[in-house]
Design a binder for this molecule. Structure first.
Ligand code: SF4
Length: 319
């Protein structure tokens, strides 16, 4: 039984075949690292900005795409591809920079979709329009939120607000882009209730997909310092899996789940070591969904009722 909407199933339905993502590094930076907003970045950000680092090696976007394509099509015969501008914030900087990246992606063989990772404060109507005009059937904007709690966003030095996310989300959606929200479970100071409030926040926005990440500690980050000083303790595998299973139960039924866990590379990870075992994490989440008989959206109405009750309470008490 499918207990949640998997991206692989969704894409099979839309394109009639398997779609494989190809991670690309277009050489963008991030205003939260280059001094535009701050010079230190989010507390968990490593120097690769979640990317492959191939852009720094001088490889063009076409060559990066063809390099991965030739490897992936041996494993997944007959599949098509989604070009994923992953590293750092891919709508940061002048419009011409984004245009240049998109020009390089035009007419690549077997290209079916485009995914673009960015920050909510790096999108404007011109860039949203440019992305919407890219000639593929689907363009996804991968938008980092991480938490809807303003205190947490401040603590982790995101440099944007939850309102920034809501605005970018509405702008992207109004241009016909599909929005995938990135959230993190286990942020400093957050418990399961905080995490489920972030899911409620996303449920109320024009979001089409979600990526769940565990907060893991990478070398050379502020979080690594906190962890070494005992100021931050990661979730256990069991705790993380229970949180994600609960979030799936509360998630709006039409949202597609793109990811259940993050995927650190072995040399950068300090803790928790269970984050190395992606398959074990996924199977633990699946097991909890089964044993608790949880399905996506089954608690969504409860969430909505809770919100309505809270609104009614606020109205009756004049808040
Ligand atoms: S927004 Fe992304 S790239 Fe920028 S500092 Fe945060 S994690 Fe790093």
């Amino acid at each position: 039984m499918n207990r949640y909407n998997k991206l692989s199933h969704y894409w099979k339905h839309v394109f009639g075949t398997r779609i494989q993502k190809i991670p690309l590094d277009a050489g963008f930076d991030c205003p939260n690292r280059d001094g535009g907003i701050s010079g230190s970045g989010c507390i968990f950000c490593n120097t690769r900005g979640s990317g492959t680092g191939l852009g720094c090696s001088g490889m063009s976007l076409q060559d990066q795409y063809l390099y991965w394509k030739s490897r992936l099509e041996i494993r997944y015969k007959g599949c098509r591809f989604a070009a994923y501008l992953q590293s750092f914030s891919n709508t940061y900087g002048p419009l011409s920079k984004l245009e240049h990246a998109l020009e390089q992606l035009m007419d690549l063989p077997e290209l079916a979709a485009l995914c673009v990772g960015t920050r909510p404060d790096c999108l404007d109507p011109h860039k949203a329009g440019k992305l919407a005009g890219f000639p593929v059937r689907e363009t996804w904007l991968e938008l980092g939120l991480q938490s809807s709690d303003e205190g947490t966003l401040c603590l982790i030095n995101r440099g944007h607000t939850a309102d920034d996310f809501a605005r970018a989300c509405r702008l992207a959606s109004a241009h016909g882009l599909r929005v995938c929200a990135h959230v993190i479970a286990g942020l400093p100071g957050e418990d399961l209730n905080n995490f489920l409030r972030t899911i409620d926040f996303i449920n109320r926005l024009p979001v089409h997909g979600i990526k769940f990440h565990n907060l893991y500690v990478c070398r050379h980050t502020t979080l690594a310092v906190w962890w070494s000083q005992g100021r931050y303790t990661p979730l256990s595998l069991r705790e993380y899996s229970c949180w994600i299973a609960a979030a799936i139960g509360c998630l709006r039924p039409d949202i597609t789940v793109h990811r259940l866990t993050g995927d650190p590379s072995g040399d950068e990870l300090l803790a928790p070591l269970w984050a190395r075992g992606k398959n074990t994490v996924i199977s633990t989440i699946h097991e909890i969904l089964e044993t608790r008989d949880l399905r996506q959206g089954m608690n969504y109405q409860t969430t909505k009722s809770r919100e309505n009750l809270s609104l009614a309470h606020q109205a009756s008490s004049g808040i």
